[in-house]
Design a protein around this ligand. Structure first.
Ligand code: 4AD
Ligand code: MG
Length: 477
């Protein structure tokens, strides 16, 4: 191929009055003369000025929406408003035509639902290319954050025999012939004949293995796909999502909250600094979208203002018990506007979390010390014997982005909690061994990667921040 210059490079270091070759997709074409070309390297498009009287009528017909072309010409300062540079095309080669009558995308606004069905093309739109550039940026920032602070990246397994969350919403992994399942004498499925000689699943969390790492390497993090077969068709749930799980020896719940807050702010700050064009585009997109909404449904702040606000302000920290008291004093509670009951011992629902974050405090909130009965067995029992050292970080518009805790390091307390939760201690022998031999106080949390990307990009539905969403009934691409 001819030597190609990426458009991002041209914007950064323009070589004016020299010949360049650029390759990309036609975003817009007007007056049979001006082509807006995008190659994915940046949110911006490069204007190509083409004189089809010279280049030919045949070629003109092929310059359609999202056609792929290679342009060679002179890079000059633009005479027109709206762009700094343009390329005066000497030659244009069509690398891939599009037949607009058959092409699933059209040069107009299309709904997010429609674009989800065209996931093989949606990344070519302004919105999705910005979202996926930012998604990359957040992933990079995750690794940078932990590497710079002396954490080790631990690859936790994707296939596992343990259910970390005890929630039972797991996808089974098997090579057994489903038509002819082997049975034990008692009539149960005989998993000893399965590939791993036991029943296995896709992991719901890398935490338990993360704990193994923390009790040897001190500070580790996992960053991988996790799978939950929960049948929740909501804008915040995926069946396959990515989670970042740091796990630290010698951290208590307060150290854990400090890390969680600092980490969230770092990720947002990184994108503010490194992806300004994409953020500006998404900010404008959101403002446009909200014009049609009634005032009370609009966001209190624009996207960029909101991100800066989160970075610049301390998160509010409260206990679960305080949260219940605030909710019981709230207007929607008194006016019976909450759908779900608010009483000590019940889990907070999304509507309650949103009230705390969006109405009461108007900033991210960390709720800690939840009742033991609504949280996982591994969370450390508090001295009151009623609550555990759990923490959830709640964000505006998204709700829970982080769930974490100090872990129970006391063997006898842990075994009691397992038994009370219906978990057989002998099945988790290695997890208990970590408490028997060289155990230590330790803590960790899980950040839902897509929920953070959703917050940073302002996208309303989590399906629009993962390239190929997996949800009930959807696994096409
Ligand atoms: O609160 P969760 O279930 O916590 C754990 O799995 C712990 N083992 C983490 C730890 O302590 N190491 O999940 C953590 C986060 C949630 O706060 C949420 O952001 C995200 O994962 N999450 C989901 N994101 C998308 N789709 C789903 N179905 C999700 N379920 C949880
Ligand atoms: Mg949770």
């Amino acid at each position: 191929m001819a030597k190609r210059t990426e458009i991002a490079q041209i914007f950064k270091h323009p070589t004016l009055n020299e010949t360049v070759t650029v390759m990309g997709w036609v975003r817009a074409f007007r007056n049979n003369r001006f082509i807006a070309l995008n190659d994915g390297s940046t949110a911006g498009t490069l204007q190509v000025v083409a004189d089809f009287d010279n280049l030919g009528e045949e070629l003109l017909k092929k310059i359609g929406f999202h056609a792929c072309i290679s342009v060679t010409g002179t890079l000059v300062e633009s005479q027109g408003a709206g762009q700094r540079f343009e390329v005066l095309a000497d030659t244009i080669e069509v690398l891939g035509e599009t037949n607009l009558e058959q092409y699933p995308l059209q040069p107009k606004r299309q709904t997010m639902e429609y674009l989800r069905q065209k996931a093989h093309f949606r990344m070519r739109t302004n919105t999705f290319s910005s979202v996926f550039r930012i998604r990359h940026g957040v992933a990079y920032a995750v690794h940078k954050y932990y590497n710079d602070r002396g954490f080790y990246y631990l690859h936790s397994p994707i296939i596992t025999a343990s259910d970390a969350e005890g929630a039972g919403e797991m996808f089974r992994v098997t090579t057994l012939d489903l038509e002819k399942l082997p049975r034990t004498e008692a009539g149960a499925i005989d998993f000893e004949q399965d590939f791993f000689e036991r029943s296995t699943n896709l992991t719901v969390s890398g935490q338990l293995q993360g704990e193994i790492g923390a009790l040897a390497l001190g500070k580790v993090y996992t960053f991988g796909p996790t799978f939950r077969a929960e049948n929740s068709n909501t804008p915040r749930h995926l069946a396959e999502f990515w989670m970042i799980e740091p796990e630290m020896a010698f951290y208590d719940i307060h150290d854990n909250m400090d890390l969680a807050e600092d980490f969230c702010k770092y990720l947002i700050q990184y994108i503010l600094e490194n992806y300004p064009e994409d953020l500006q585009f998404l900010d404008a997109r959101l403002q446009e979208e909200e014009k049609n909404l009634p005032k009370e449904k609009r966001r209190a702040m624009g996207l960029l203002d909101q991100l800066r606000f989160v970075v610049d302000n301390d998160f509010q920290r409260i206990t679960y018990t305080e949260a219940i008291e605030i909710l019981q004093q709230s207007k929607p509670y008194k006016k019976k506007q909450f759908e779900f009951p608010v009483e000590w011992g019940r889990d907070l629902q999304a509507e309650h979390e949103r009230y705390l974050v969006e109405k009461e405090f108007q900033k991210p909130v960390i709720v800690r010390n939840y009742p033991k009965d609504i949280k996982a067995f591994y969370m450390r029992m508090n001295d009151d014997q009623q609550t555990v050292a759990a923490m959830d970080v709640l964000f505006p518009g998204i709700g829970e982005v982080i769930g974490g805790s100090q872990r129970e390091e006391r063997l006898d307390v842990l075994v009691n909690r397992m038994e009370a939760s219906g978990i057989h201690p002998e099945e988790m022998w290695w997890y208990l061994d970590l408490r028997k031999f060289g155990g230590a106080p330790h803590s960790g949390f899980g950040l839902g990667f897509e929920r953070m990307v959703q917050f940073i990009t302002g996208m309303g539905n989590i399906r629009d921040v993962i390239p190929f969403p997996r949800t009930p009934g959807n696994a096409e691409f």
